[in-house]
Ligand binder design. Structure first.
Ligand code: ATP
Length: 140
């Protein structure tokens, strides 16, 4: 079985979508092998999203991702990375509501920034992200 990294972002947690999202996770055959709720700090978000650091939306992304607690999970299933990406739908939640109305982002996302969930975009990203959040002994 494969692993992927999933996160319920601050809008998903504060909007009380955790139970609904976990129900979908279980119905679609994913196991949750590890999970933790944390309040991310600025430095961690900047590090996690470093690839976007030069983008104009980056400061807003950092504010959004530090605006409240997130729930991080390691999901296990055959083809976990692609299947979780398919389940969450496109980045822009407004687009998701039109093109993927049954996706998680269509259910709980608001717009291009506040899209309520994250999923690793490749098996390589999944390994990096799981290590980043679950296998670190220090905060660096
Ligand atoms: P994620 O990595 O969170 O699963 P994604 O892979 O669909 O999302 P990315 O392109 O990696 O999307 O962008 C990371 C996050 O940055 C998005 O989920 C969204 O919250 C935010 N974001 C991306 N593009 C924009 C934008 N143009 N304007 C505002 N926010 C954006």
């Amino acid at each position: 079985k494969d692993l992927t990294f999933a996160m319920i972002k601050p809008d998903g947690v504060s909007g009380n979508y955790t139970t609904a999202i976990k129900k979908i996770i279980s119905e679609f055959g994913f196991g949750i092998t590890n999970e933790t709720t944390v309040q991310l700090d600025e430095e961690t978000v900047k590090d996690f999203y470093a690839e976007h650091s030069s983008r104009s939306f980056f400061p807003g992304l950092v504010r959004y991702m530090t605006s409240g607690p997130v729930l991080m999970m390691v999901l296990e299933k055959a083809n976990a990375v692609a299947d979780w990406r398919a389940l969450i739908g496109p980045t822009d939640a407004q687009t998701a509501k039109v093109t993927h109305p049954h996706s998680i982002r269509a259910m709980c996302g608001l717009d291009l920034q506040r899209n309520c969930v994250h999923g690793s975009d490749s098996p390589q990203s999944a390994v990096r992200e799981i290590a980043f959040f679950f296998e670190k002994s220090s905060s660096g």
